[in-house]
Design a protein around this ligand. Structure first.
Ligand code: ZN
Length: 137
């Protein structure tokens, strides 16, 4: 069986949001016992991955992204569209728009220090609607 849920929230620029509890709730409310949950961002400037969610790493991740894919360099995208978010698109492409997590006994099979995070990579705040598709039995 397949059950689809949505997570909706407002973001701010540079937000790293822990959505673990929301995904766990989607799994629980699906009524399915075991399977996989796919978390997907429809949008080219958001991303989903996992990390240990703590203030130090949230800051480190933002700084690492700025070192690897700086905002203030030239992007062909910005010259063409003048929206200034070439870096957002490249960061989103490299981190990726989705994540699949297995669950057993209605519980996500995450590590103890592993949280599911959504990253707002755009250069403006957004309203996001994240898809959580739960497949299993
Ligand atoms: Zn753009």
């Amino acid at each position: 069986m397949i059950v689809t849920r949505y997570l909706e929230f407002e973001t701010f620029i540079g937000e790293v949001r822990d959505i673990t509890d929301d995904v766990q709730e989607a799994v629980k409310s699906s009524g399915l016992c075991a399977g996989t949950a796919t978390i997907f961002v429809p949008g080219a400037t958001g991303a989903v991955t996992t990390m240990e969610y703590e203030d130090g790493l949230v800051k480190d991740l933002g700084e690492a992204l700025e070192r690897l894919i700086p905002q203030r360099i030239d992007y062909a995208h910005n010259q063409r569209w003048h929206d200034g978010n070439g870096h957002s698109h490249i960061r989103a492409a490299l981190i990726g728009p989705s994540l699949t997590v297995p669950f057993l006994n209605q519980s996500l099979s995450l590590g103890t220090w592993q949280q599911i995070i959504f990253l707002e990579l755009d250069n403006r705040h957004r309203r996001r609607r994240i898809i959580v598709q739960v497949m299993g039995e």
